[in-house]
Design a protein around this ligand. Structure first.
Ligand code: SF4
Ligand code: SF4
Length: 402
């Protein structure tokens, strides 16, 4: 048996690829390299070779799979409806199980630090201290690359965890505050609480919740991902909807059925969908005034994984902004969870491309609905650009002119 886990890529999933190649032009890693093994089709063929027993899970296989961003741009164009993101998680779980000496430290980071509010607070405090006294160079380079863009963000505002409020006339919401999202991008969670309560929801952020597990699942740490999912399914039961403010988290919650959380998956929704629907139905207002143009960037886990594109634009338009597109193809910015740390060169090239697309517009205001994308944009655009979540832009407009 070439596979050893029970979440390995399934033969039926792999056989649904008809090898048409339609996915190649939309795949960022294929476009960067031109290599078949850096394309969705090539990666699926590598998985099929293992499945058929003509190849094994070794370093060569791992390198092919490692280089994938997990952006899922290959899914919407695929006539075979290959569940590529699912097979990728399965392949990564196999690599982790069969080559256990690789990326050992990630197990500690994703299994102990990220899900623990106390350790995440401590790690954030140390990083802030290192930045403020100029000792950030002592932080390992991989970590430094990832946090480079959040210097001015972390630790702002009141805690979201434990919050409970709102009338509930529009139903109840369990807010998944996220790990990095709540630690470094808390104003997005505070904006979600304010807007959802204004729209008539009862909003609670139960303290028993933890990291959604997306980072662990994408890194092949399947036991950690399953453990975190189990905790969230219990903590977020009983709410009409479960809302996440980071596109990567909402996409992962929507796929919880693969992690034993089907009961939660059906209630999971991204905050942009909730706020957009509240605006559409008149529970949140159109804000008066013309606020000028703003560039919009689509996170892959909103655009490709959840097929959500209209909602962030509707929110910005309702706030009085003129939406300016930067990339009709929706190419990945290269952040992709831990990709910045694990594949720095490719990540940096994609980040530079995305920054160039923003610069071409001549605008310095950007809307992005995912913390990883925001960090990547901050790293590549610098401090002269103002980047925020669409619901933050909307709330600002509401507070200043509504
Ligand atoms: S588009 Fe789908 S069916 Fe065609 S090669 Fe890519 S993964 Fe296979
Ligand atoms: S997930 Fe993204 S990088 Fe990976 S194969 Fe699909 S399009 Fe390419």
């Amino acid at each position: 048996m070439p596979w050893v886990t029970d979440i390995h890529p399934e033969k039926t999933e792999l056989d649904s690829c008809v090898q048409c190649g339609l996915c190649l032009p939309v795949c960022p890693t294929f476009r960067l390299t031109g290599r078949e093994t850096a394309s969705p089709r090539g990666r699926l063929q590598a998985m099929s070779a293992v499945d058929q027993g003509v190849a094994v899970v070794d370093e060569t296989f791992a390198r092919i799979i490692d280089f994938c961003l997990g952006c899922r741009a290959c899914e919407p164009v695929c006539p075979g409806l290959v569940p590529y993101g699912r097979t990728l998680e399965g392949a990564r779980a196999e690599i982790d199980a069969q080559l256990p000496d690789r990326e050992r430290q990630l197990s500690f980071l994703l299994g102990r630090v990220v899900p623990s509010r106390r350790l995440l607070d401590l790690a954030t405090g140390l990083l802030r201290l290192a930045q403020s006294v100029g000792l950030i160079r002592l932080v390992p380079a991989r970590m430094r690359r990832m946090v480079g863009g959040v210097r001015s963000l972390w630790g702002r505002g009141r805690a979201t965890l434990g919050h409970a409020g709102g009338s509930g006339v529009s139903g109840s919401v369990g807010l998944l505050v996220g790990c990095v999202q709540d630690e470094w991008f808390r104003p997005v969670n505070r904006a979600a609480v304010t807007l959802l309560e204004l729209a008539g929801h009862r909003v609670e952020a139960p303290v028993a919740q933890t990291c959604c597990g997306a980072l662990a699942a994408h890194a092949g740490k399947s036991e950690i991902a399953a453990r975190l999912a189990e905790r969230n399914v219990s903590a977020l039961s009983g709410y009409d909807q479960v809302v996440a403010t980071a596109a990567g988290c909402s996409a992962h919650l929507a796929g919880y059925a693969h992690w034993g959380g089907a009961s939660l998956a059906g209630r999971a929704v991204d905050v942009t969908v909730m706020v957009s629907e509240a605006i559409r139905s008149g529970r949140l207002p159109q804000v008066d005034g013309d606020r000028g143009p703003i560039a919009v960037q689509d996170p892959c886990h909103l655009r490709h994984a959840q097929r959500v594109t209209r909602e962030p634009r509707r929110i910005l338009e309702a706030a009085g902004y003129e939406v300016v597109e930067i990339d009709p193809a929706g190419m990945c910015c290269g952040a992709a969870g831990l990709y910045t740390m694990l594949q720095p060169e490719a990540s940096s090239r994609l980040g530079a491309q995305k920054a160039a697309q923003v610069r071409t517009t001549g605008l310095t205001r950007v809307a992005s609905a995912n913390p990883g994308c925001e960090m990547q944009l901050r790293t590549h655009l610098g401090d002269d650009y103002e980047i925020a979540h669409p619901i933050e832009w909307y709330l600002r407009a509401l507070q200043s002119g509504g």
